[in-house]
Structure formats: structure tokens, C-alpha cells
Write a protein that binds this ligand. Structure first.
Ligand code: T46
Length: 145
């Protein structure tokens, strides 16, 4: 699958987008769907999830050079702060039917995890440590090209 420049239907030029997932509710409960070509427009090559957050846990503090991801709070809640070098914003994820698409070159910091939180992530590539930028000044320098 070719990843479009935005990586996600309607993604803003700032490299991220909140997207509502399709939900099918009936007497048995709820079923939510993430389908390649619809909710995500990147090939899903990896799935990972974080759970068991301790009080005051902080994660992230990096950007990715090439990776596209969709992040969902499958259970509980957490905050994710985003910075594309031109502006910053904070999102609280607290619904299993809301996904946050993150494209390349967006700095992210995650905090305020509820103890029951499960942060579920679909990623466009297998794990590659070389794709991470973990120093904020280096991130800004790479953005400036
Ligand atoms: C991201 C945010 C939202 C692996 O071996 N394979 C993997 O696929 C991942 C994701 C991690 N790891 C190892 C690497 C580290 O030794 O797991 C350890 C913890 O990873 P990290 O410190 O990168 O975790 P976070 O929560 O800071 O960041 C993760 C993702 O790495 C990152 O891509 O965008 O979640």
C-alpha cells in the first residue's frame, strides 16, 4: 500500500489527526473497527500496547523520522502532547473509538496515564531504533533540514 502524504484520511498538515472509528453496537456490546484503507492509510506492520502504568509515568519524548501510527486508548485514559516544531497541542485520549493518527516528524510526550489505561498502537513499520529522534534540539535541526 502506498502511504499518502497525510497518512490518514483528512489528516491536517500538522502531522496528526483525531479520527473516529466505526462502532457497531448491539445488545451484546460494542465492536469497533480499524481497517487499512479506511481508518488508516498505511500498511500495519506492527502492533504494540502499553499497560500497567505507574503513578506519574511519562513515555514518549521522541519523534519518528518515517513512522506512521494510530494510537487508541483501548481502556482508561492518558494525555499526549504534540509538537511539530511550529506549534504544540495536547490531546486527552479516553475513548476506545477515537484514534490519534501521528505522522513522521511529530514530537510526542505522553503522561497522565490512568492506572487501568491500555495504549494500543498500530504502526506502519517494524521496530527500528534508527527511526527515533530522542533529542529535542536534533529534532528541530532535522525539521529545518
Ligand atoms: C511511540 C510511543 C507512542 C521494542 O522492542 N519494540 C517495539 O515495537 C517498541 C514500541 C518498543 N520496544 C522496546 C524498546 C524499549 O527498550 O521497548 C522499550 C520501551 O520502548 P520506548 O521507550 O520507545 O516506549 P515509549 O512508550 O516511550 O514509546 C512508544 C514507541 O516506542 C514510540 O514509537 O511513538 O510509544
Amino acid at each position: 500500500m502506498t502511504v499518502p502524504a497525510d497518512g490518514c484520511p483528512g489528516a491536517a498538515a500538522d502531522g496528526h489527526r483525531l479520527t473516529d472509528l466505526r462502532r457497531f453496537a448491539d445488545a451484546r456490546g460494542n465492536l469497533a473497527v480499524i481497517e487499512c484503507g479506511r481508518e488508516v492509510r498505511f500498511p500495519v506492520r506492527r502492533v504494540y500496547y502499553m499497560y500497567g502504568a505507574g503513578a506519574g509515568s511519562a513515555r514518549g519524548a521522541h519523534a519518528h523520522r518515517k513512522l506512521h501510527q494510530l494510537i487508541v486508548a483501548m481502556q482508561g485514559s492518558f494525555e499526549i502532547s504534540l509538537d511539530n516544531g511550529r506549534g504544540r497541542c495536547v490531546h486527552r485520549l479516553d475513548e476506545p473509538t477515537r484514534g490519534l493518527y501521528l505522522g513522521p516528524m511529530v514530537w510526542r510526550d505522553m503522561a497522565e496515564f490512568s492506572a487501568d489505561s491500555i495504549c494500543f498502537v498500530l504502526a506502519s513499520e517494524c521496530y527500528d531504533d534508527a527511526d527515533y529522534i530522542r533529542d529535542y534540539e536534533s529534532f528541530l535541526q532535522e525539521l529545518r533540514g
